[in-house]
Design a protein around this ligand. Structure first.
Ligand code: ATP
Ligand code: MG
Length: 341
C-alpha cells in the first residue's frame, strides 16, 4: 500500500491565486517552504514583476535566474529541510528563454529586444506573454536532471499567480493563443503548456480571508475556472488566511454577542488577576468582547459558505506582529500539520 505524502500527491505545479491583498505571495512562500522537506528542491515563481518574494525572504531583487532563497521546513524533530529556489519571470525574459530553449536564438532575441520587437510581442499580444510565463513554470515543473538521471529537478513548483479576476484567462493558454497562432511553433508550445496545466499535475489554490468579498471572489473564481475550461483545470485547496482565533468558548461568545456576559464576574476576575477596575475597564472589555464575538460569528458564516464548495481547506492564523521569516516558517508548519505538504 502506498501512503499519501500530502493532500497534493502527484501535483507538481501549484498555482496560488486569490483576491488582491489576501496573502497570495505569503501563502505561496509558506507552501514552498512546507513542500521543501529534506532532500527536496522546490521552485517558487513570481510572475507579476513586483519583487514580493525577494522582500519576503530578505534578499536582493531576483534576476531572471533561479536562485536559492531559503532552506525548507525540516521534518518534525529532524534536521533542516531541502532548498527553496525562487525566480521572477517577466514576459520579456521568458520570450528570450523560449527563443534560446527551442531555437538557440538568445543572441537574436537580444537584437529583437533592442529593436523593440520583444516589447511589441509581449504588450500587443497578452495571450502570448501569458503562455511564455506559464510556459516557464511548466518547463521547470517537468525538467529532468539529465538523460541518465530522469528524476525531476524540482519536487514541486509553486507559482505566486495573478489575482482571481485574471486567473482563468491567464491559465487558459491554448484558447488565448488560439486567435494569434493557429499553427506553428507558438501553437505547439501553447499546446504543450496547456497539456500540463490541464493535467492532474497542476492544482489552482485559492487564498482568501474570512470576509464577504474575498470569499465571494473565491467561489466565483472556482466556478469560472471550471466553466471556462470544462473542468480541465483543477481547483486545489482553499487557503483561509489571517483567521482570528476565538478567544472565548462558544457559550461565552454567545453571551458576549448579545451583551449578557456577566460584567461583575469580569470585574472580579480582573481583580483576582491583580488589575483594579477603577476606570470602568470591565465595561470597556465587555464592548471589545462583544465586537470580537461578532467578528467570530462573521468568520464562521464565511467559513461555512466556503465549505459548501467541497474543496479541501487549510487555515492560517493572523500573525499580529506581521510577516517576517520566522512567521513564514510558522505558517509553513501550520500548512504541513494540516496535510497541505
Ligand atoms: N497570516 C498573516 N498574518 C499577518 N499578516 C499577513 C498574513 N498574511 C499576509 N499578511 C500581510 O498582508 C499583506 C498582504 O499579503 P501578501 O502580499 O502576501 O498578499 P497578496 O495577495 O500577495 O497581495 P497582492 O495582491 O498585492 O499581490 C502583507 O503585508 C503581508 O505581510
Ligand atoms: Mg502578491
Amino acid at each position: 500500500m502506498t501512503t499519501r505524502d500530502t493532500d497534493w500527491d502527484g501535483v507538481r505545479l501549484h498555482v496560488v491565486t486569490g483576491k488582491g491583498g489576501t496573502g497570495k505571495t505569503t501563502v505561496a512562500a509558506a507552501l514552498a517552504l512546507a513542500l521543501a522537506s529534506a532532500g527536496r528542491k522546490v521552485l517558487l515563481i513570481e510572475v507579476e514583476g513586483r519583487q514580493g518574494i525577494a522582500r519576503l525572504f530578505d534578499c536582493p531583487p531576483l534576476p531572471y535566474e533561479e536562485r536559492k532563497v531559503a532552506t525548507g521546513l525540516g521534518a518534525r524533530g529532524s534536521g533542516p529541510g531541502g532548498d527553496v529556489y525562487a525566480l521572477a519571470v517577466d514576459p520579456e525574459g521568458a520570450l528570450l528563454d523560449y527563443l534560446e530553449m527551442f531555437y538557440n536564438l538568445r543572441r537574436t532575441g537580444k537584437a529583437l529586444t533592442r529593436l523593440g520587437v520583444v516589447d511589441f510581442a509581449t504588450t500587443i499580444a497578452p495571450g502570448l506573454s501569458d503562455v511564455l510565463v506559464t510556459g516557464k513554470a511548466t518547463e521547470a515543473a517537468r525538467r529532468r536532471v539529465n538523460r541518465r538521471d530522469d528524476s525531476h529537478v524540482y519536487h514541486a513548483v509553486v507559482m505566486d499567480a495573478p489575482p482571481t479576476g485574471r486567473i482563468s484567462r491567464f491559465l487558459d493558454v491554448s484558447t488565448e493563443v488560439g486567435s494569434l497562432a493557429k499553427v506553428g511553433p507558438i501553437r505547439t508550445h501553447a499546446d504543450t503548456v496547456a497539456r500540463v496545466i490541464r493535467s492532474p499535475q497542476t492544482a489552482v489554490h485559492f487564498v482568501t480571508t474570512l470576509e464577504e468579498m474575498p470569499v465571494q471572489e473565491t467561489l466565483d473564481g472556482i466556478t469560472d475556472l471550471s466553466e471556462r475550461t470544462g473542468g480541465a483545470i483543477r481547483p486545489g485547496g482553499i487557503f483561509i488566511n489571517m483567521a482570528r482565533p476565538a478567544m472565548l468558548d462558544d457559550a461565552d461568545l454567545a453571551a458576549a454577542a448579545d451583551g449578557t456576559l456577566d460584567v461583575t464576574e469580569l470585574a472580579v476576575s480582573l481583580k483576582a488577576a491583580g488589575i483594579s477596575d477603577n476606570h470602568g475597564l470591565a465595561a470597556d472589555l465587555m464592548t471589545e468582547l462583544g465586537e470580537h464575538a461578532q467578528q467570530v460569528a462573521l468568520q464562521n458564516r464565511e467559513r461555512d459558505e466556503l465549505l459548501t464548495s467541497g474543496h479541501p481547506h487549510y487555515e492560517l492564523p493572523m500573525i499580529p506582529e506581521g510577516i517576517d521569516l520566522a512567521s513564514l516558517y510558522q505558517l509553513a508548519t501550520a500548512l504541513r500539520d494540516q496535510g497541505a505538504a
